[in-house]
Structures are given as structure tokens and as C-alpha cells.
Design a protein around this ligand. Structure first.
Ligand code: SF4
Ligand code: F3S
Ligand code: FES
Length: 233
């Protein structure tokens, strides 16, 4: 197919404001949008800047706005977006250059919920055992790859970027409902903050944006319920 790719570009060191650059090239229906970006960079404009690593939907580094929706460029086929494609950086995070945004504020929110096992009991001789049912309790939220597609699609986050955001709540859920972890109350106290979980207005953009199909609003709802009950069921 003859593809026309419009990319929102911006170099804060040289440009006064963002602008649209247009590229035309031959693409195959089975090319991923990431393949097309690589072709543009390799053959048309080496200054085009974007982030990617695994190219297989695992590392979470190439989230961007493709035809108005937050997607991973390595998981979107050209046949599914058509010959005319617009690509923009994620919204709500500072642009470093072109499609590369500064993820530092996003990861600061992730770190704020203490995303690690908290358990001061002496480690057992073997591993900390867990039943299949207990493991299933937080299985969905273990799938998060920290791509930021959810948080940067959330209008509550756009309105107030101090909101901890859905990704951090998903990560908190993963530990709060792990029966090997003893830090649930610490994390619930953090999420009770005015910039915590109650800033979620159940807008659902995050669910639509998640490339891992995590039921984010369900996880957020379970965290809210735990806060209301004062305990983890
Ligand atoms: Fe990405 Fe989904 Fe994790 Fe959000 S919950 S950071 S959209 S993988
Ligand atoms: Fe935002 Fe998702 Fe809540 S879009 S308001 S975090 S349901
Ligand atoms: Fe790793 Fe797309 S490049 S998820």
C-alpha cells in the first residue's frame, strides 16, 4: 500500500512549537507501525526520534498515539490502521524529542506505591508458597508492562498530573492482593492521598488503551473497596 504517515515532531532545543511532518512510502499490510517508523528513520529522515526495544509487545517502550488512540507501535498492523496514519507522542508527559516522552514522572508515581514485596518474616528454607487461588487473585495485574498508555489516556491525569494514575494503581493492586505481602495497609494509605485512587472518575479510557487487556477499572474498584472496608478481602 502507498502509505502517508503524519508525525507530530518537536525538538525543544531547536523548534518553537510542535509541527506535523509528512512521509510517503510503500508499506505492506502486515508491516507494523513500528516497522514503518524504522523505514522512515532508515531511508528518509535519520533525525526522527522514537523509543522501542523488544518490538514484540513486551517491554512497553513504544507507546504512542496512533490515529488518536494510545497503542504500542509494535502491536499495530498497517492493514488495521489504513494507509493514512497520524502518530503523536503520549499526552501529558514532557516531550524529549518527537515521539519520545520523558517517563521520569510516570516512574516516580510507580515507585511511590512501593512496588516490591514487603514481608519481614524470615525467609523460609525454600520459596514462599502460595495456593493457586491466592495467586489467581492478582494474576491480571501482573501482566502490566508499564507502558504508560493507560495513565496518559486518562482525562483525570490530563486535568491534574499529580494524580497517581491507573498504572500505579494496577501495580499497587498486584501487591495489595498478594497474600505473601504484608504492605497492603502502607499502600492503601498512600492511595488514600488526595492525588490517589479517588481521583479516578471511572472514565474507562485506560481500559481501552491497555495493550495487555488488563481490567484496570476492576482493579481500581477493588482498591477503592479495600479502602472503604479498611481491609483486603
Ligand atoms: Fe500499560 Fe496496561 Fe500497564 Fe497501563 S496497565 S501501564 S496500559 S500495560
Ligand atoms: Fe482515568 Fe481510567 Fe479512572 S481513564 S478516570 S483511571 S477509569
Ligand atoms: Fe517493546 Fe513495543 S517495542 S513493547
Amino acid at each position: 500500500m502507498k502509505a502517508r504517515i503524519k508525525i507530530r515532531r518537536f525538538n525543544p532545543e531547536t523548534d518553537r512549537k510542535p509541527y506535523w511532518a509528512e512521509y510517503r512510502l510503500d508499506a505492506q499490510p502486515w508491516d507494523r507501525v513500528l516497522d514503518v517508523l524504522v523505514k522512515i528513520k532508515d531511508y528518509q529522515d535519520g533525525t526522527l526520534t522514537f523509543r522501542r526495544s523488544c518490538a514484540h509487545g513486551i517491554c512497553g517502550s513504544d507507546a504512542m498515539v496512533i490515529n488518536g488512540r494510545n497503542r504500542l507501535a509494535c502491536k499495530v498492523l498497517m492493514k488495521d490502521v489504513g494507509a493514512r496514519v497520524t502518530i503523536e507522542p503520549l499526552r501529558g508527559l514532557p516531550v524529549i524529542k518527537d515521539l519520545t516522552v520523558d517517563m521520569a514522572p510516570f516512574f516516580a508515581k510507580y515507585r511511590s506505591i512501593q512496588p516490591f514485596l514487603i514481608n519481614d518474616d524470615p525467609p523460609p528454607y525454600t520459596e514462599r508458597l502460595q495456593s493457586i487461588e491466592a495467586r489467581a487473585r492478582f494474576d491480571d495485574t501482573t501482566k502490566c508492562i508499564l507502558c504508560a498508555a493507560c495513565t496518559t489516556s486518562c482525562p483525570s491525569f490530563w486535568a491534574n498530573d499529580s494524580y497517581v494514575g491507573p498504572a500505579a494503581i494496577v501495580q499497587a493492586h498486584r501487591f495489595i492482593f498478594d497474600d505473601r505481602d504484608h504492605g497492603a495497609q502502607v499502600r492503601l494509605a498512600i492511595l488514600l492521598d488526595s492525588d490517589g485512587v479517588w481521583r479516578c472518575r471511572t472514565i474507562y479510557n485506560c481500559v481501552e488503551a491497555c495493550p495487555r487487556e488488563i481490567d484496570i477499572t476492576r482493579a481500581i474498584g477493588e482498591v477503592k473497596k479495600a479502602l472503604l472496608l479498611g481491609d483486603v478481602e
